[in-house]
Design a binder for this molecule. Sequence first.
Ligand code: ZN
Length: 152
Amino acid sequence: MSVALDMNTPDNISKTTSVPVEKSDAQWREELTPEEYRVLRQAGTERPYTGEYWDTHTEGVYQCRACGSQLFTSREKFDSHCGWPSFWAPLAEGTVRYLHDRTMGMDRVEVRCANCDSHLGHVFEGEGYGTPTDQRFCINSVSLRLVTPEES
Ligand SMILES: [Zn+2]
C-alpha cells in the first residue's frame, strides 16, 4: 500500500483545515500530560530511544494518544534503529494528514492525526530501508497508544 505525498495541494499546506475533533488549547492542556501536550499540540519531539514503543514488537493497533483514532498497526512497524517507532505506511489512507514543515532549518513533511490534528511525527522517503514503500513514518511514542488484541 502506498501513500501519495502530494504536499503541494492547498489542502495539505493549509494549517486551518477543520478536523472532526476540535478542542480548545485549555481542554488539551487539561486532558494530556505535559509531555503529551508538548509533543501532540506543540509539535515537540521526544528524545530518541526514550519512548515507550521505539523497540516494541508487540502485535496490535497504535491509536492516537489524543483522540483514540486508529493510526498504525504492528504489521507496518519496522526496525529503523532511529530511536523512534517507525512505520512504512499508516493503517489506511486518510488516517493521517501531511504538512510541509520548514522549521528547524530542515525541509520535512510533518505527519498529523487526521481526526484531531495532533502532531505525530514526520515521514521520510527514499532512505533505502527496503520496506514496501521506502517510506519511514517516524512517530513519537508519546503520540501513540498501543492496543493489543487482548485489550481490544
Ligand atoms: Zn488524534
